[in-house]
Design a protein around this ligand. Structure first.
Ligand code: ADP
Ligand code: MG
Length: 238
């Protein structure tokens, strides 16, 4: 587990300024939801923490360690995406353990970690199945299993539930919340869905147009929006 600290992150793609100086702290063990409309820069921010995108300016520390110049594989974070491409020809067990095998972790250790992740995610009975034999929710659990077995310092979620139907989304929110309680791992969760943000976040970071508009406890933001954007996007009606 580790604190994630972002300081004045800036990023342009060509002429477009996508992040305009983003600073925030994700406390050790907390679950922080970055919420904002589509295109506001959430994925870019998350990809930067993961090392998949390089900032033009600013610093990122994870557990006090400056990671900006580290390769993604050396940052000790695990990302769960919306499109959780599983390997169709591999079993659930092999899919979950794949990232560990390529790192040369011993087979017995991989089996131990996969079994534990499967137990946490309630997919212990699915380990010998292939992805096509799974429901959408089960596939998303396998994708989370892949992240869990890496035992990272921080989890990064990029709209992981947006491909699921409404009912399953509600169930998986509860599951993710429970997972966070069980593992206690620092998590940064990105979504455009206000309800999801309010349900999941210990803290919310509300983003718009490449900037943080407001951050704090969900109910405080709801009750006391500081900008008209936050009022319209999250806040209680006047
Ligand atoms: P969000 O995840 O909040 O929807 P993104 O971070 O994906 O937003 O994108 C923010 C802005 O940056 C968008 O205008 C998007 O088109 C642009 N953008 C993202 N990635 C790239 C890229 N690789 N090249 C050019 N523009 C990009
Ligand atoms: Mg996105």
């Amino acid at each position: 587990m580790a604190e994630v600290r972002l300081q004045d992150l800036r990023k342009s793609f060509g002429e477009t300024l996508v992040l305009k100086g983003v600073s925030t702290v994700v406390p050790d063990g907390s679950f922080v939801v970055v919420v904002g409309p589509s295109g506001c820069g959430k994925s870019t921010l998350l990809r930067m923490i993961a090392g998949l995108e390089e900032p033009d300016q600013g610093s990122i520390t994870i557990g006090g360690r400056d990671v900006v110049r580290l390769e993604p594989g050396d940052r000790d974070v695990a990302m769960v995406f919306q499109n959780y491409a599983l390997y169709p020809h591999l079993t659930v067990e092999q899919n979950i353990g794949f990232g560990l095998s390529v790192r040369g972790i011993p087979r017995a250790e991989i089996r131990r970690r996969v079994a534990r992740a499967a137990e946490i995610l309630h997919i212990g009975e699915l380990l010998s199945r292939r992805p096509r034999q799974l429901s959408g929710g089960q596939r998303q659990r396998v994708a989370m299993g892949r992240a869990i077995v890496r035992e990272p310092q921080a989890f990064l979620f990029d709209e992981p539930l947006s491909n699921l139907d409404a009912k399953l989304r509600v169930i998986m929110r509860t599951e993710i919340k429970r997972l966070h309680r069980d593992l206690g791992a620092t998590s940064v969760y990105v979504t455009h869905d206000q309800v999801e943000a309010m349900t999941l976040g210990d803290r919310l970071v509300v983003m718009n147009n490449g900037r943080i508009e407001q951050e704090g406890a969900p109910l405080d933001i709801y009750a006391r929006p500081e900008t008209s954007f936050v009022g319209a996007f999250i806040g209680s009606p006047p």
